[in-house]
Write a protein that binds this ligand. Structure first.
Ligand SMILES: COC(=O)[C@H](Cc1ccco1)c1ccncc1
Length: 130
């Protein structure tokens, strides 16, 4: 009902703000758009579920996330894919893995510091009611 739509609207506003702030951080430039499969032709053979910040934003606008947990399942793909596709000891791989771990820690810190646990519980009740 209306109150449920108000909660989901507030969730989308919170998640869009998280994405906006991550996208402004220069460390996370490589994660802002899908990996270019012209530049990296084997990417789709290695990574089954590509994810990036612009796709997360599209998913938010398409109302795919009813809880922060559902959002985190997709957000985690960004850093998990980066660790999986760039596993070598060469400096380039180490650099993108360090940035992927920074992305993971930053998202988790934002949610821990800024998301009210009662609000997330209401979102989970909405998910269970559907
Ligand atoms: C999330 O980004 C990636 O996984 C690509 C993979 C990639 C390899 C070659 C071109 O792109 C990446 C981009 C920048 N620096 C390292 C790796």
């Amino acid at each position: 009902e209306e109150q449920e739509e108000d909660v989901l609207r507030e969730l989308r506003l919170f998640l869009r703000n998280v994405i906006e702030r991550l996208s402004l951080d220069r460390r996370f430039k490589a994660f802002t758009k899908p990996v270019d499969i012209e530049e990296v032709p084997d990417y789709m053979t290695v990574i089954r579920r590509p994810m990036d910040l612009s796709t997360l934003l599209t998913n938010i606008d398409e109302q795919r996330y009813v809880t922060v947990g559902e959002f985190m399942n997709d957000a985690d793909l960004i850093w998990q894919n980066a660790l999986e596709y760039n596993p070598d000891s060469d400096p380039m791989d180490r650099h993108i893995r360090h940035r992927a771990c920074a992305l993971k820690d930053t998202v988790r810190a934002m949610i821990r510091d800024e998301l009210d646990e009662d609000f997330e519980r209401v979102c989970e009740d909405v998910r269970e009611s559907r």
